[in-house]
Design a protein around this ligand. Structure first.
Ligand code: GLV
Length: 331
């Protein structure tokens, strides 16, 4: 390759990764706080060897076809539902993500949402600020106990296991899980029990979603699912918004079908300001910040840069979503 590889970085990421990208590549970095519009991104990748994408960038066949030299898409996220991976693979393009480094930060956020929603922390904060607080109330602000209850984990991957660990060892909970794969490690270490989806919904006090978004999992939390859950149940979603039918969730929360929800992700993101979900007292919504700690975002930036540079150099990606592309990789 003559000269430095040309890359486009679709947003400013931490210098922990960006400095290396700037050193090794001819890099253009999108400077705006909002993502580049699709047409702009398509235009930007035309002459690029590499792309750093965010989960807000749609990487579909049309965009990939506009980039005849593209060798790698390095996603600054562990989830990669924004990328059509089979389309990248069939064009000889490697795809990277940032697993591992955000596991604990994400599980911490899921747990923070669980305790906030179950114990009505955010509602209590709003109440304290509103001037409505007059006295200590024996029957006011009653939430759900966490200690010794049952957590249902949907998707016992890295983050699911980190959540299970917190629940088991911090709060002495029983752990149920629903996953297509049996997880021997989780069963041994946390006494986790694999159950079918209906059993998990019925028997869990709290349900925490840690699965990836695909056509099978989209909308799996729908009205029928909420009806199976306990009326005292709390739903936590720190995975992807479209796993939950948000309208059905809003109705379930409004009608007391379930007790509360804690969401780090919504559908769409952000929700419309007049979305009725945002008006409910029994939901806690965070702006997709589960991996947003200084250390975690730095570590993500490093992996992301390493994937990008390996990708433009034709080397093995450290965190490689589609290693099966190797025999037909663009060089
Ligand atoms: C964030 O949602 C990620 O997938 O890293």
């Amino acid at each position: 390759m003559a000269g430095k590889p040309k890359v486009f970085v679709s947003r400013r990421i931490p210098d922990a990764g960006l400095n290396r990208i700037r050193e090794q590549c001819d890099a253009e970095i999108w400077p705006e706080p909002l993502p580049p519009p699709y047409a702009t991104l398509k235009d930007k990748v035309r002459a690029c060897d590499g792309l750093v994408s965010l989960l807000t960038d749609k990487i579909d066949p049309e965009l990939l076809d506009a980039a005849p030299r593209l060798k790698v898409v390095s996603n600054f996220a562990v989830g990669f539902n924004n990328i059509d991976v089979p389309a990248a693979t069939s064009r000889g393009i490697a795809v990277g993500n940032t697993p591992g480094v955000l596991t604990d930060a994400t599980a911490d956020m899921a747990f923070a949402l669980l305790i906030s929603a179950a114990r009505r922390v955010v509602e209590g904060h709003a109440y304290s600020l509103s001037g409505a607080w007059k006295t200590w109330e024996p029957l006011g602000h009653l939430g759900q106990d966490l200690f010794g209850r049952t957590i249902g984990i949907v998707g016992m991957g890295r983050i699911g296991q980190a959540m299970a660990k917190r629940c088991r060892f911090g709060w002495d909970m029983q752990v149920l899980y629903y996953d297509v794969y049996k997880n021997e490690k989780a069963e041994k270490e946390f006494g986790a029990r694999q159950v079918d989806f209906d059993t998990l919904l019925r028997d869990s006090d709290f349900v925490s979603i840690h699965t990836d978004l695909n056509e099978k999992t989209r909308g799996m939390f729908n009205a029928a699912a909420f009806r199976q859950m306990k009326r005292t149940a709390v739903l936590i979603n720190s995975a992807r918004g479209p796993l939950v039918d948000q309208k059905a969730l809003t109705e379930a929360l409004r009608d007391g079908v379930i007790f509360a929800a804690g969401l780090d992700v919504t559908d769409p993101e952000p929700p419309a300001p007049d979305d009725p979900l945002l008006k409910l007292p029994n939901v806690v919504v965070a702006p997709h910040i589960a991996s947003a700690t200084v250390g975690t975002r730095n570590a993500m930036a490093e992996i992301c840069a390493n994937n990008l540079i390996a990708g433009v150099s034709g080397e093995k990606l450290p965190a490689w979503v589609n290693p099966e592309v190797e025999p037909k990789r663009r060089r």
